[in-house]
Design a binder for this molecule. Sequence first.
Ligand SMILES: NC(=O)c1ccc[n+]([C@@H]2O[C@H](COP(=O)([O-])OP(=O)(O)OC[C@H]3O[C@@H](n4cnc5c(N)ncnc54)[C@H](O)[C@@H]3O)[C@@H](O)[C@H]2O)c1
Length: 419
Amino acid sequence: MNTVCVMGLGYIGLPTASVLATNGFQVLGVDVNPSVVDTVNQGNIHIEEPGLHTIVRAAIQSGNLRAATKPECCDVYIIAVPTPLTEDKRANMDYVRAATEEIVPLLKPGALIVLESTSPPGTCRDLLQPILAQSGLTLGKDLFLAHCPERVLPGRILKEFIANDRVVGGFDEESARRARDLYATFVEGDILLTGMTTAELVKVLENTYRDVNIALANETAILCEALQVDFAEVARLANRHPRVNVHMAGPGVGGHCISVDPWFLVEAFPEETRLIRTARARNDGMPAHVVKTIQELVAGVEAPKIAVLGLAFKGNVDDMRESPSARVIELLHAEGIALAAHDPYVKHSPIELHSLEDCFKDADCLAVLTDHNDYKYINPRQVAKLMRRRVLYDTRNILDHNDWCDAGFQVRVLGSGKC
Ligand SMILES: NC(=O)c1ccc[n+]([C@@H]2O[C@H](COP(=O)([O-])OP(=O)(O)OC[C@H]3O[C@@H](n4cnc5c(N)ncnc54)[C@H](O)[C@@H]3O)[C@@H](O)[C@H]2O)c1
């Protein structure tokens, strides 16, 4: 197992390729996007992730990593391509299908194929197996297949990549063992072996568990607003129970995982997944709740302007996929409400980006939508001089509200009816 081909050089594939290359494997990183390939070959990165640039540069300089738009014959193929949702909330498996079909003519006896992409349970069995059979090789005899889902947290990918426990689901025991041996070269956590479909369900369940629990937190936050009590205090006190873990409330759930993966179960089992669907609806409804609150905060103001802080779906990353901020902005536009948005991490966005100063200038309400650390250091006294009205709406509960009150702001926090 000396040569590895990693299909897809995004948030998962690029760290995987680089870590394997710096651990002595000859790695070919493949991406259909030629500009990604050029960037990586120059030792640069096209996505923001702490530590990624350093390891990509080291991998390229070592001569163990190179990138191309087409795969070549290797011992191992790791598929780390997107598995997004279609408009009607179905798993779009086109990328996985295309990547698998592309490697079939290259397969030689003994090859190991690892699906890393988060996929609906049954994907390896029902989608990959029939495609791989076209190679003429026999799974379990001269071809090996495993699903090794990723559970890293954006912003901590490189650390968690190594430290986290991994679940490895094999077509058979030999496939699982071979995949384990590959991951054991860099994973310091436990590597737990199981079957392919079990591993697929484990990954989707993990994100569904989080989505449902966030929905419960969001629902409780809305109840807190009605009851005029503070969600943060309620959650903190409930979490002193030894078996309770109330999640954080917020403006919605975004990213490529938590807001997407539960639909894989809903699609496959529409009748049995009512709880999961309801949780999705609650979380998807949060941007509308945020906009309703903003409208209350600027009620009576002629032609109000909103300063929107944060476009990424979570703090300290540049990832805007499925971001609740984008939905909030869409709804504000639909209501004809003017806004200026800022994000310190997002560089390319369909939403126009402004400097902090331009955002604050003549704004009537400042809405914090992403928990970027940078926002904690904003000086409310300086902001007060720029805004037309001193109104803060903190949907992430990250600012020092006493400080903002002292600077003359009316402060509203999501999950708290009090101002
Ligand atoms: N981002 C995360 O934090 C995370 C965490 C756990 C699991 N996952 C899962 O990992 C998978 C990949 O996610 P990501 O965030 O890395 O996606 P990404 O969009 O960042 O990167 C995917 C890359 O694959 C490329 N690609 C598409 N089709 C291809 C093909 N046929 N051949 C080669 N390259 C191709 C794209 O151009 C893109 O650069 C998804 O299934 C996702 O759900 C992601």
